[in-house]
Structure formats: structure tokens, C-alpha cells
Design a protein around this ligand. Structure first.
Ligand code: HEC
Ligand code: HEC
Ligand code: HEC
Length: 322
């Protein structure tokens, strides 16, 4: 069965994962360095060298849209949810003051806790055998119309037919518990809030600031895998007015449209993100807290051990290929 909806286990799991407060600087480290000693993305000032008043003014300015350079959109997303008090606390921390625990040890402990934490089984509720049994109409002698269809109510009444309310209240990046993969090498769902991060545009892809392999470790984020730095598509070129795919002419003078016997494309490792992977949210979806309308009987094969929390597609890609 195809999954049409995802849901997540809530409650104690989420409360337990709230490792960072809103005034933490943990989420800044990936771009600014652990001690704000770097030029974020090669563009910002070295923030540790700014005065406290200047930091406060900059952060408030990003929030109000009155401060910043070409990449101010990125910072606007970072400070959107911060109160004036949070901003003061952050500036104090950056300038070495007390207040918020952001020393290295705390950050590393938090990142380690995230990495070691068990993943949330996204399907626990939808795949509950008791629920599946209850919703399996084939095992019932009598079936009344209130269990048919998705509205779960009499066909003659229009009360209570609204879909369940959707709550988008996932914790901030760094404070979220990851979800179990839906099947082996499924794109992992986004476990953290995406407030201020979406939509991804040509000039503003904040996902990269934390997930690129060189910064991901210091952020406690899963690095973007090797598959996303590889072009698997057949090489297609125009040669003397002919379309040539992987060396085979498929254009006007060639065997039009017959590309079936083209050998598997040679994969090309790139030293940059493959552009077909730029729009992360095309495949990785943020999650909301909703129950599925129907139970789910899908059971993935081979989703055992660490495959529940990581992929091995780059290594498995050529499995069975001669
Ligand atoms: C995804 C990368 C990224 C993250 C995460 C990030 N920043 Fe920034 N930050 C930038 C960039 C890029 C700029 C320069 C933006 C511009 O063009 O104005 C910047 C600018 C700033 C500035 C002003 C410096 C200047 O050049 O005027 C301050 C202060 C700052 N950031 C603090 C923070 C704090 C505090 C956090 C965490 C709450 C944070 N940043 C998180 C990328 C990031
Ligand atoms: C401020 C840093 C930061 C930003 C920005 C960020 N992430 Fe994350 N991401 C994390 C961290 C840290 C985790 C691990 C879970 C946690 O601690 O919240 C994570 C986890 C994930 C996962 C789950 C990976 C797994 O192994 O299950 C996905 C998918 C993901 N992020 C996608 C995205 C996408 C897409 C964007 C942009 C819309 C994005 N992230 C922006 C820090 C970030
Ligand atoms: C075309 C669909 C697609 C796009 C676009 C895409 N991904 Fe993925 N991603 C996948 C699939 C499928 C997997 C699991 C198989 C694999 O590792 O390639 C995955 C795996 C991942 C993982 C987990 C790696 C691991 O080791 O377990 C992370 C993190 C991730 N992607 C981040 C991103 C980010 C960040 C972006 C945007 C820059 C992005 N992805 C864009 C499909 C996509």
C-alpha cells in the first residue's frame, strides 16, 4: 500500500528532546563557528569582534528587515522567532557573558544525545495491529456506512466532517529527534521545524548551511550523502545537430525515441552538490502532527539495524548490475 500520509509519535518523546532554548546559539555555529570566529558563508562580519550593542542592533535589524547585506534573508530566518530578550541573551553569550549555557561541552553533549537518540517510529500509530484489525472491513459481518470512506460518519450528516487539525510544532533544528526511515533508503523526513527555512530559492537555501558535509558534524546534523554529489543521468549532448545519449545517437537521424538499449549511465562524481538535489523539500518533507485517515498495512523489507536511521544507497547503487 502506498503511504499517503505520515504521522508522528508525540508527547514525552518531544518534550525529552527539547535540548535547546530559543535563546541558544547552538544553531548559529554551523555558519558562524563555535565561537562566532568565522565569516558566515564568507560574507558576514566576524561577529565575536562586533560590540554587544552592534550585535543586538544587527539581530533586531534582520528581524525588522532594516539591516543586512545580500544574504540578509538567511539571517531573517534565523532571528524570526527570537524575542528582544532572546536577542539580548544571545548577544551577552557571544560576548562571553553568562546566561545561556552554550559552552562547547554542553553543545557537544547535546549533539551526541541527538545522534545517539532512538529514532521516532513514524508509523507506530498508523500501523498499530489493533487499529488495522478494527478497520479491516473484510473481517466484519456487518458494515455500516459510518466506517466506509474517509469521513467516518453517516453519509446523511455534515457535522464533524472536517479533517483533523494539523499542528506544525516540531522543535528547532538541533532539538528534534529524527524519524525512522519509511523504507530502506527512503529520503528521511525533516524532523525539525522549517520555520524561516522554506521556501528554498535560488539565492537562499539555508539547508546547506547546516547539512553540507563540511559543517554537518559540528551542527549535529546528518550530512548530505554522496548520492547528492553524483550525477546519475545519462550524458546527453547535441553533436552535429544530433541528440547523443551516452554515445548513442537518439536524435533525428538516429533511432528516434528508442533509448531502451542505452547502457546504464556512467555515474559522475562531482565536487559540488548536483543541481537536481538543490530543492531539498522536493523529496524531504517537513512533518506535522496529524493522525492518518486510515491505518497502514505497509511493512518495508529489510528495514533493520542502522538502516532505520541511515541510508547506504551510494554503496548499493550498483548492486545486481553487470
Ligand atoms: C545558515 C547560516 C547562518 C546561520 C545558521 C546563522 N547565521 Fe548569522 N549570518 C549569516 C550570514 C550569511 C550573514 C550575513 C548576512 C548579510 O548579508 O547581511 C550573517 C550575519 C549575522 C550577523 C551580523 C554580522 C554582519 O555582517 O553585519 C550577526 C550578529 C549574526 N549573523 C548572528 C547570528 C546568530 C546569533 C545566529 C544564531 C541564532 C546566526 N547568526 C545564525 C549566516 C548564518
Ligand atoms: C540550523 C541548522 C539546520 C538547518 C538550517 C537545517 N537543518 Fe536539517 N537537521 C539539523 C539537525 C541538527 C538535524 C538532526 C535532528 C535535530 O537535532 O534536530 C537535522 C535533521 C534533518 C533531517 C533528518 C536526517 C536523518 O538522518 O533522519 C533532514 C531530512 C533534514 N534535517 C533536512 C533539512 C532540510 C531540507 C533543511 C532546509 C529546509 C534543513 N534540514 C535545515 C540542522 C539543520
Ligand atoms: C530528488 C530527491 C532528493 C532531493 C532533491 C534531495 N534529497 Fe536528500 N535524500 C534523498 C533520498 C532518496 C535519500 C536516501 C538515499 C540516499 O542516501 O541517497 C536522501 C538522503 C538524505 C540524507 C540522509 C543521508 C544519510 O546518510 O542517511 C540527508 C541528510 C539528505 N538527504 C539531505 C538533503 C538535503 C539537505 C537536500 C537539499 C540540498 C536534499 N537532501 C535533496 C532524496 C533527495
Amino acid at each position: 500500500m502506498k503511504r499517503t500520509m505520515k504521522l508522528l509519535a508525540v508527547g514525552s518523546l518531544l518534550a525529552a528532546s527539547a535540548l535547546y532554548g530559543s535563546a541558544s546559539t547552538a544553531a548559529c555555529a554551523g555558519c558562524h563557528g563555535q565561537h562566532f570566529e568565522k565569516k558566515a558563508m564568507g560574507k558576514s562580519k566576524v561577529v565575536k569582534d562586533m560590540s554587544k550593542a552592534d550585535i543586538v542592533a544587527a539581530l533586531k535589524g534582520y528581524k525588522a528587515g532594516t539591516y543586512g547585506g545580500a544574504m540578509k534573508g538567511i539571517m531573517a530566518g534565523q532571528v524570526k522567532a527570537l524575542s528582544d530578550a532572546d536577542i539580548e541573551a544571545i548577544a551577552t553569550t557571544i560576548k562571553g557573558g553568562a546566561g545561556v549555557p552554550t559552552d562547547k561541552a554542553t553543545e557537544h553533549a547535546a549533539a551526541a544525545a541527538v545522534a545517539a537518540a532512538a529514532v521516532i517510529d513514524i508509523n507506530a500509530k498508523a500501523c498499530d495491529p489493533k487499529r488495522i484489525e478494527k478497520e479491516d472491513l473484510g473481517n466484519k459481518k456487518e458494515v455500516d456506512e459510518t466506517v466506509l470512506g474517509l469521513r467516518k460518519t453517516s453519509l446523511f450528516q455534515e457535522d464533524n466532517v472536517a479533517p483533523p487539525a494539523v499542528k506544525n510544532d516540531r522543535p528547532a533544528p538541533g532539538a528534534a529527534q529524527r524519524f525512522e526511515r519509511a523504507y530502506v533508503n527512503a529520503p528521511p523526513m525533516i524532523p525539525h521545524s522549517v520555520e524561516g527555512l522554506l521556501p528554498i530559492t535560488k539565492d537562499n537555501n539555508q539547508c546547506l548551511g547546516c547539512h553540507m558535509p563540511d559543517v554537518a558534524k559540528s551542527m549535529g546534523a546528518t550530512p548530505i550523502p554522496a548520492t547528492h554529489f553524483t550525477n546519475y543521468r545519462p550524458e546527453t549532448v547535441l553533436k552535429n545537430g544530433e541528440l547523443v545519449k551516452e554515445g548513442k545517437v537518439v536524435g533525428l537521424k538516429g533511432d528516434i525515441g528508442n533509448v531502451g538499449d542505452i547502457k546504464l549511465a556512467k555515474k559522475k562524481k562531482l565536487n559540488h552538490l548536483y543541481q537536481g538535489r538543490f530543492n531539498c523539500s522536493q523529496c524531504h518533507a517537513p512533518q506535522a502532527n496529524v493522525d492518518t485517515a486510515v491505518a497502514n498495512t505497509f511493512k518495508p523489507d529489510g528495514l533493520v539495524g542502522d538502516l532505520k536511521a541511515k541510508s547506504n544507497l551510494a554503496d548499493m547503487m550498483d548492486d545486481g548490475v553487470q
